[in-house]
Design a protein around this ligand. Structure first.
Ligand SMILES: [Zn+2]
Length: 432
């Protein structure tokens, strides 16, 4: 389920942004997700203007041309004009990997890990993903909705206008449905766009310990059909890795998803090498983390339209010395995206500029590549690139105004939020 198109419910608002120092349109002649050299094509227009009507972008050009436009001259009074004062404007970020349905932060894990315990030792001690399960199972749907809503507001404050949101801390039929319903309720109240993902196969819940096949059967035979019937998700995701679900279990879950017309995506290669070959047969929209991928699999990936989504916030927060090598992926011709992996255990950040900064400093992406990976390729990773991820006539009016003069400052000033204003489906959401 994609929740959006709330622009229909809004008045036919007309917004004109003028005096944009650098407008990053992200337009390109490239077909499909950006790869290789096209990943750094930002399509910059200087001294630019953008006209949005009724939640859609209708024209993009220079400020001079916009001010001379006869239609605009005639309708000036009805137009909300936003003077960007030379700031940078780009498409709202598309965060294609987040886990916003949780009850509490995991502060004990944070402290423990920082004193030397490993991810798996924390999980063994009852921490990790399992410690979020209790919180979600006990929380009311209203409480979870409130948490997701608060996160969505915060995403928009950081320039993000499209968010993929996963369930995955409930891990029972009831608690997974409750989580997805919380996403749906929060999405209805938020002007931005939410793409929802069922992640029942996040980890084997404690009551199924040692019986993972029984849990996989529950996911396939009960949870996926219930999610599909209620139209609660567009994607099914699986954490396919050491200590989580095997490749064979993942294939079983992907098959069940396909039978219900749900698209798939995966968490792979975070802790150990996952063979991508068999999974690519299911045409996943995206395979995420990708810290451990061999050369043969990388070549197969590059042949496909599956996006490799990096989540360097997790590497950072887990204190890892290594990050995926984005250069290697881009040189091989694979399409890459960036996301926050917003979650309470391994990546409690919802800042795309922070993810971009980490991609530049630790993954050797250029600022231009990081921006394309966080916008247009994120849109491809969610299969919404026809509407999102670039500033072009006909696309949704999702824009972020940054209080900087040069786009490279967005990943440069790490740890600070320079987003001055977000336009979400045609609605200005934060004032400069
Ligand atoms: Zn994740």
């Amino acid at each position: 389920m994609i929740t959006s198109a709330k622009s229909n419910a809004q008045p036919q608002r007309t917004i004109l942004l003028v005096d944009i120092g650098q407008l990053l349109t992200l337009r390109s002649a490239a077909k499909g997700p950006r790869r290789g050299a096209s990943l750094s094509e930002l399509g910059i227009i200087e001294d630019a203007a953008v006209l949005c009507v009724g939640g859609k972008i209708v024209s993009v050009g220079t400020t001079k041309a916009a001010l001379r436009d006869p239609w605009l001259k005639k309708h000036r009074k009805k137009v909300i004009e936003i003077d960007c004062g030379g700031r940078v404007v780009l498409p709202g970020f598309v965060d294609s990997h987040t886990h916003p349905v949780f009850a509490q932060p995991r502060l004990v894990d944070f402290e423990k890990r920082n004193s030397g315990a490993s991810y798996e030792e924390i999980a063994e001690a009852g921490g990790g993903i399992r410690s979020s399960i209790d919180g979600v199972r006990k929380a009311s749907k209203a409480r979870l909705t409130q948490k997701v809503s608060a996160a969505l507001e915060d995403f928009a404050r950081h320039g993000t206008t499209t968010v993929e949101a996963k369930s995955g801390y409930g891990l029972s039929l009831e608690a997974e449905l409750k989580s997805l319903e919380a996403i749906r309720s929060a999405a209805r109240e938020w002007p931005g766009t939410v793409v929802s993902t069922f992640l029942g196969a996040h980890v084997v819940p404690p009551e199924f310990r040692g019986r993972s096949q029984d849990y996989v059967n529950l996911v396939c035979n009960e949870m996926i059909p219930a999610v599909a019937r209620r139209k609660l998700a567009q994607f099914v995701d699986v954490f396919c890795d050491r200590g989580a679900f095997s490749a064979a279990e993942t294939e079983q879950i992907f098959t069940a998803a396909r039978q219900r017309d749900l698209a798939v995506r995966g968490h792979v290669g975070q802790l150990s090498e996952t063979r991508l070959g068999p999974l690519l047969d299911y045409k996943p929209a995206s395979l995420d983390h990708m810290d451990h991928v061999n050369d043969a699999d990388l070549a197969n990936l590059a042949e496909s339209d599956t996006v490799a989504t990096f989540v360097p916030g997790a590497n950072y927060f887990l204190g890892l010395a290594s990050y995926p090598n984005a250069r290697r992926f881009n040189d091989a011709g694979a399409a890459v995206a960036l996301a926050t992996d917003y979650n309470p255990g391994s990546s409690p950040t919802l800042s795309m500029p922070m993810a971009m900064s980490l991609a530049c400093t630790h993954m050797k992406m250029s600022p231009a590549e990081a921006i394309a990976a966080a916008t247009i390729n994120g849109a491809w990773a969610l299969r919404v690139a026809d509407r999102k991820g670039s500033v072009e006539a006909g696309k949704d009016a999702d824009l972020a105004v940054f209080d900087v003069r040069d786009y490279r400052e967005i990943p440069y000033w790490f740890g600070a939020n320079h987003c001055a204003l977000t336009i979400v489906n045609g609605a200005p959401s934060v004032r400069m």
